[in-house]
Design a protein around this ligand. Structure first.
Ligand code: BES
Ligand code: ZN
Ligand code: ZN
Length: 479
């Protein structure tokens, strides 16, 4: 998509259609107040109306916040998606908006224009080629700051769409070795470094919990380590992603309906790939390490079983009581490996870890858990501008007791059906070294990573959850 900026009056526009944002229901300043009232347009958030004769597309925005603008822009673009008449969109100027709002509009356009067509024999493709942003009356920003917003938005939205593509790809087309290929290609295209551990190295590293989960699959597992190493970095950050390319539940097999969408169990890993792509392209002066555990959880004669006891990399023993609680087993070893390899200031893991988190928070919100407020506050601040919602779920010592095992050091499931998102987070905490406890936060993205309807700037299916949030966090750290 080509973006350009114009400081001429909007009357000089030569596009195919003009997008006009109506802030807070205020129709007064529009050229079409009477017409809009006649069609009963209230300009509620994401409400659109297209005045075809004038080729003006109006969209409501409840307040002048990045979050609202991003969602409105995406919804508007979606409403003209695939219509071949509309190749060139112009955006009417909004008075005095700041760079975050401008970035959010551009992100909204690119995120709303996304479609996943790999498996369609006759795909409907986007027709949009060019967007011109009019900036008269916008005294808050110069052309330069707006260009900067466009550049940021392009890199961040492309990285989000890249993560969406990986998640949406079926388990037959995206298994651990393919994840390794995707990571290798990413490193060829950027300055990122890449190291991939396959079965032999995983055995040498004693990653027995991860290997047990992988055992019944014909696809061999791997651990991927990507690194962004700028000179004189201000911080070092570790990111860890759950990359279950498919989660059938294993011998504790999922019911059929719950198994559908489990291709999305690689969303944490896909987010890490997307984040690494964006920070490399933005050349953020922070050293960032991305670790991915890529595994398929299947059934078969060699499957790991409820009743097994696994010897995790950090020496702890785990009683398996449910093979569907596999993500935490994979992460236990990858977190241990990541801490062995890198001394980081903060450690964040991304995982579609529990259905319980979706029950607790709904489908649109990320659950964040950890022992210390500092890394969580960074996420909460990044949430405001990135528009990805986060809610803290608190640890407590009573829930911790529910992971007690009679036969091993810890059980892989809680003895109670309640509080499952928190007990999963507490399980992971057992694999965080004492000196890192306050540096770590777990992000359960099971809700927003994959939703079977469009919402805000997100399409049906994968959202790329975590990418915008973490890139924003990293950008804030260097400000
Ligand atoms: N991948 C699932 C969690 C999940 C559920 C993600 C729904 C997205 C949507 C995870 O591996 C899992 O199966 N967790 C179990 C844990 C239980 C056995 C303690 C769950 O949530 O039911
Ligand atoms: Zn599972
Ligand atoms: Zn899973």
């Amino acid at each position: 998509m080509l973006f350009d900026i114009s400081d001429k009056p909007i009357a000089s526009f030569d596009g195919d259609i003009t997008l006009v944002f109506i802030i807070n229901g205020n129709l007064k300043d529009t050229q079409d107040e009477d017409l809009l009232k006649r069609v009963d347009f209230k300009a509620g958030q994401d409400e659109t109306v297209h005045l075809i004769e004038k080729e003006r597309l109006y969209v409501g925005v409840s307040s002048l916040e990045p979050d609202c603008l991003r969602s409105a822009a995406a919804t508007a673009v979606r409403s003209i998606f695939g219509k071949s008449t509309y190749k060139h969109l112009t955006i009417a100027s909004i008075e005095n908006i700041d760079e975050h709002c401008m970035q959010a509009i551009c992100e909204g356009i690119l995120l709303g224009n996304y479609s996943f067509t790999r498996y369609k024999s006759k795909p409907t493709l986007s027709s949009l080629e060019k967007v011109t942003i009019f900036i008269e009356n916008n005294t808050n920003s110069t052309k330069e700051t707006i260009q900067n917003s466009i550049n940021n938005a392009t890199i961040i939205a492309d990285a989000t769409n890249y993560a969406r593509d990986i998640v949406n790809t079926t388990p037959d087309d995206c298994y651990p070795e393919i994840m390794a290929q995707i990571a290798t290609k990413l490193c060829e295209d950027t300055q990122l470094e890449c190291n991939i551990l396959r079965t032999k190295e995983l055995e040498e590293q004693n990653m027995n919990a991860l290997l047990a989960v992988a055992r019944a699959s014909r696809h061999k597992p791997c651990v991927i380590h990507l690194a962004h190493k700028p000179t004189n970095p201000k911080y070092t950050i570790t990111l860890v992603g759950k990359g279950l390319t498919y989660d059938s539940g294993g011998l504790s097999l999922k019911p059929s309906a719950s198994m559908v969408t489990m291709k999305a169990d690689k969303s944490g890993a896909s987010a890490v790939l997307g984040i690494m792509k964006a920070i490399s392209e933005l050349n953020i002066p922070i050293e960032v390490h991305g670790f991915i555990g890529a595994v398929e959880n299947m059934i078969g004669g060699d499957a790991y079983k409820p009743d097994d006891v696994l010897y995790a990399k950090n020496g702890k023993t785990i009683e398996v009581r449910n093979t569907d609680a596999e993500g935490r087993l994979v992460l236990a070893d990858v977190l241990a490996y990541a801490q062995q390899e890198v001394k980081a200031d903060y450690i964040y893991d991304f995982a579609t870890l529990t259905g319980a988190c979706v029950v607790a928070l709904g489908a649109y919100t990320i659950g964040i858990m950890g022992h210390c407020d500092t890394p969580k506050t960074l996420l909460q601040n990044a949430s405001k501008v990135s528009g990805e919602m986060v809610t803290e779920l608190h640890f407590n010592r009573y829930l911790k007791k529910l992971l007690k095992s009679e036969i091993a050091d810890i059980s892989n499931i809680s003895s109670s059906p309640y509080g499952g998102a928190v007990t999963a987070g507490l399980f992971l905490s057992d694999f965080i070294n004492e000196e890192n406890k306050d540096k770590w936060t777990h992000l359960d993205i099971a809700g927003p990573a994959f939703v079977e309807h469009a919402w805000g700037e997100n399409p049906h299916g994968a959202s790329g959850a975590g990418v915008r949030l973490m890139v924003n966090l990293l950008q804030n750290l260097v400000k």
